[in-house]
Design a protein. Sequence first.
Length: 569
Amino acid sequence: MSEAHTRYQEWLADSGIDEITKQELKSIQSQQSEIEERFYRDLEFGTGGLRGVIGAGTNRMNRYTVAKATQGLAQFVLEEQGSAVAGSIPSVAIAYDSRNQSPEFAMEAAQVLAGNGIRAYVFESLRPTPELSFAVRELGATAGIVVTASHNPPEYNGYKVYGADGGQLVPESAERVLAHIQALTGIGQVKRLSKEEADAHGLIATIGPQLDELYLQAVTSVSLHSETVKAISDHFQIVYTPLHGAGNTSVRQALAAIGFEHVHVVPEQELPDPNFSTVRSPNPEEREAFTLAIELAKQVNADIIIGTDPDCDRVGAVVLNDAGDYVVLTGNQSGAILTEYVLSGLQEKGELPANGVVIKTIVTSEMGAVIAASYGIPTLNTLTGFKYIGAKMTEFDATGSHRFLFGYEESYGYLAGNYCRDKDAVLASMLLCEAAAYYKSKGKTLYDVLQDLYAKHGAFKEALESRTMKGMDGVAAIQGIMAHWRKHAPKQVAGIRVTSVKDYGQGIEGLPRENVLKYTLEDKSWFCLRPSGTEPKIKIYFSVCGANEADSAEKLERLRTSVMSTIDG
C-alpha cells in the first residue's frame, strides 16, 4: 500500500473527520489515481500560503487543511506576541472573497485561533484583499489571513497569510509557520473552540463599516487630480466589472469619492458568484474576461474600462486606440502609464522627494525604470511577489533611507501611498480612471500617453507564456525543464548573443533564493523562466525594446519562438 493510500485510510478512520467528508472519500475508493492525487502530499504551505482544489484529502483545500495551517500560524503568532506587550491578547484579522467555502474557511480559521487564545477580527462579508492588509495595520494585529485563490478557476480556493506590517509573509516567516504545521501529527492536535464558546470569551469580533470608511479615506488620499475629475465628470464614462468578486462596492465608492459620476457596472458580473459563470477565467489579464464589459462600453461610449479580479488586488484596463477600437493594456503598459502619472503628478505639485523610489519585480518590464530615471528617481528590483515590495516599504519606514512612491508587478498589481503593504486594485482602479480623466482634459487618451512614452523612451514590448503541468508528473516535468536550462545555458538565442545568465536560486543581488533563471541578450532583450508558486505551471517571461512597435513585435516573436521551441521540445 502506498503512503497516499495509508493516509486515505487514516482519514477514513479518524474520529475527528466529519461524516460528510468521509462520504466523499468513500465515493472514490475504487479510483486509485484519484486517491493518489489527493493524498500523495500535504497541500504545500509556501510564501503564498495555501492554494488548491477544494475537496477532501491532504492535498486539497478543506476545513482540515485550513485548520492545520491556522494551528501553525497560531503558534507563530504566540511566539511573535511573546516579544511584544506583556499581557496583551494577540490578534489576527481575517478577510475572504466570493469563492466557494470562503466564509466557512474564514470562520474555521477564526475558531482555531480562538482555541489558541487569539482574538480573531473577521470582516462581516467579503472584502478586497488590500483592505485586509490595511486592517492588520489599523487594528495593530499580529497577523492577517485572506481566504482567496485570486484569479484561479472556480474549483480552487486558498489561504494567504500576512505579518504585523500588513505584508504577506516573507520566506523566513513562512518557513517558521510551515515548521509548526509539519510538527502536527494529526487533526486531533488542532485546538479549536466552537463559535459559541469563542463568542462567550470575546475571541471573535466583527469588522464592520467603520474600518471600510478609514480604508476609503486612505485610498482617496493618494488622489492627485480630483479637481480635474470633478471638472470633466459630466463628460467622462467608466465601465467597471468586478468579475463576480469582492471589488464591487469598494471600487465604486472610491471612484465616487473623487468625483466620478458615470460608472457603469457590468450587470451580469456585478454580484458575487463563486462559479464565475460568465467567464472562462475571472482573470483581468485575459481579454475574454472583458467581453461583456466591452459590449457595454460600446453602448455608453466609455472612456475607459476597468476590471478587478475576485479578491480585488489586481486590475486590468481597456482603452480606446487611435482607430477607435478597445484594446486591453498589459500589466506592464498600465504600470508604465501609472509610473508616469504618479511621478509627473508629484513633480507638478512640487512633492517629488529627493529620496523617492519606485519598486518593481525582476520579471517586470524595464520601461517603468526608464521613466522613473527621467524624473531622477531610482528603481529597485525584487523577486516576484508583492510581498517583497511590501517588505522593502517596511524597511524604508524603519530606516528613512527612501520614500516609497510607486510599486508594481507585470501581473497587474499596483500600489502607491503608504497605507497598506499589498497591491491594491481599489487604488489602482481609481488612479487609472483619474489618469484617463486628467489626460482627457489635455486632449489625450491613455493610448496616446503610451505612444508618447514609446516615442520618448523606446517601444518596450513584453509577453508571457505558460505551460500547465498538473500532478506529480507535472512537478517532475517543471523541475526537469529548470534543470535543463541550468545545465545547458545557451550561448545565443534567436541569433543574439547571451550576455548575462542570472540564477536567482543562488541567492544573488542581495535577494532571497528563488528558483528563477533570467537570460539577458546583447540587444538588451531578456527572458526569464519561473515555476509558479501558486499554480501547477511554469511561466516564461519575454521582454524586448525596439525602435518602434513593429520592430519590437518582430524582435519579440523571434525571441519567443526560439525559447519556446526548446521548452516544448
